[in-house]
Design a protein around this ligand. Sequence first.
Ligand SMILES: CC(C)(COP(=O)(O)OP(=O)(O)OC[C@H]1O[C@@H](n2cnc3c(N)ncnc32)[C@H](O)[C@@H]1OP(=O)(O)O)[C@@H](O)C(=O)NCCC(=O)NCCS
Length: 183
Amino acid sequence: MNGPGISYQEQDGSGTRGWTRQLADLYGVAFAGPPWRETHADVLRFLRRFAWQSTVPTFRCILAVADDELLGACYGYSLTGPFPPDEPFYQQLLTQIDAGLIDRHLRGTYEIAELMVHPDAQRHGVGTTLLTDMLTNCRQAWLCVHRDSHARRLYERAGFRHLAPLTAARNQPLDLMTWTAAT
Ligand SMILES: CC(C)(COP(=O)(O)OP(=O)(O)OC[C@H]1O[C@@H](n2cnc3c(N)ncnc32)[C@H](O)[C@@H]1OP(=O)(O)O)[C@@H](O)C(=O)NCCC(=O)NCCS
């Protein structure tokens, strides 16, 4: 699956917005299973998030495409100013995570905001390739992962290390993980 049939393409925010419908479909199927069990309402929340995320100047996305079908995507950005006040996720971060840790590890560093691979294409290295491509040219990055997600092992293998626990919407147990490029 991670072979010659798949092309990986990098897009900025406006380029990625051309894939909005396919991204929403992919999000819906990738996060439908455990431990996420996301619903149509969550897909709509994803679309609202993506609408502002894709306007962040540092936004970058890597898409995995085969025969014009979107098999996987990974995107992120670094926020240089304050965290968006209307986003519950960042408000949870600010209330639950030590301010010193936020300043040292999260502010101005690259946030891997989403990583998803279509269930039919999983476990063939697509997720690892997307993440590795995203980290190219990064010095420091961070992300949140569900404590019971298979993605956790993938992130650890890529060099992410646990920083702090975080309880997100619907009481989901997340782990905040950080990554620093090898010198
Ligand atoms: C996490 C995800 C992106 C991984 O994509 P992928 O293309 O399967 O990733 P890779 O093939 O590169 O790596 C797979 C590794 O992840 C772990 N993994 C992924 N799916 C797994 C599964 N169903 N069972 C066990 N381990 C799994 C394993 O460590 C696996 O390595 P292995 O196959 O050598 O054991 C994909 O499973 C996904 O979209 N999941 C739902 C959304 C999600 O959880 N995103 C991350 C949010 S933080």
